[in-house]
Design a protein around this ligand. Structure first.
Ligand SMILES: C[S@@+](CC[C@H](N)C(=O)[O-])C[C@H]1O[C@@H](n2cnc3c(N)ncnc32)[C@H](O)[C@@H]1O
Length: 244
């Protein structure tokens, strides 16, 4: 079960660094924008807008649309609000809310509900309508998971849903695997920390990431894979949904 308190805290701490490190989320964003089938949405709901990196792209693509962007982290929303040009601000609404329980004004009908790199953190979403979403799948960081399994530690990604699970909710889905190499394990851990995607159970990490321990884990990682490479497992899904 995802612990919301830690999740909001971790993302909040990463709000200012996120966009320097979010290359994979930005790649997912570009694929997702081309995956939307509807042409001219007038009223868009974005779930988990983070620091507004995807919100900006969305607003550029649909320059007439109104966008309601929600996020559970206040700090992320503060950055997102600064990202939007002041002259354009009147077509945006930023709301701090949990996407699982968020209830839009009943008068408001969204013709596109969209979410980039976020749905893996949610158990369910109550909105009904046309969805286009991207999220990380369970093979994300599978190499790190293998190394940490020896320490009896599980990472959050192992609990993410797979493509088959999303295909039961949305009409269509596809997945892609992207490999990336990091110069060192510390660089990989830095990326994880600075995008807020670290494990939600803080207590598990305490005492683990001492310098010595990182060196030991890095040796294990290199022995197993020859380099510090990771897999990013991206899942895209779209379609009308009244089951989420
Ligand atoms: C990986 S970031 C993605 C940010 C942005 N959409 C992007 O494209 O890079 C995930 C975001 O989802 C937010 N989030 C996680 N769980 C949430 C929830 N239950 N309700 C609303 N936002 C949530 C986090 O605070 C974080 O800003």
């Amino acid at each position: 079960m995802i612990q919301k308190k830690y999740l909001a805290q971790n993302f909040g701490q990463a709000a200012k660094t996120y966009q320097q490190y979010s290359f994979i989320q930005d790649l997912a964003a570009d694929i997702l924008l081309n995956y939307i089938l509807i042409k001219n949405p007038k009223n868009i709901l974005e779930l988990g807008c983070g620091p507004g990196n995807f919100t900006k792209k969305l607003a550029n693509k649909f320059s007439e649309a109104k966008v309601t962007a929600i996020d559970i982290s206040k700090e992320m929303l503060e950055v997102a609000m600064l990202e939007v040009p002041k002259s354009d601000l009147n077509r945006f609404k930023f709301i701090q809310a949990d996407a699982e329980t968020f209830l839009a004004d009943p008068e408001e009908k969204f013709d596109l509900i969209i979410s980039n790199a976020t749905l893996q953190w949610l158990n369910m979403v109550k909105q009904k309508g046309y969805f286009a979403v991207s999220m990380f799948g369970p093979k994300t960081f599978k190499e790190l998971a293998e190394v940490l399994a020896e320490e009896n530690i599980k990472i959050a990604a192992q609990y993410f849903k797979d493509l088959a699970a999303y295909q039961q909710i949305f009409a269509e889905g596809k997945e892609t695997f992207i490999e990336k190499e990091y110069p060192s394990l510390l660089d990989l851990l830095k990326y994880i920390k600075n995008t807020g995607t670290k494990h939600h159970q803080k207590s598990l990490i305490k005492g683990l990431w001492t310098k010595k321990k990182v060196e030991k884990l890095e040796s294990k990682y290199l022995a197993r894979f020859g380099k510090i490479k990771v897999t990013y497992h991206l899942i895209f899904a779209r379609g009308h949904s009244d089951r989420t």
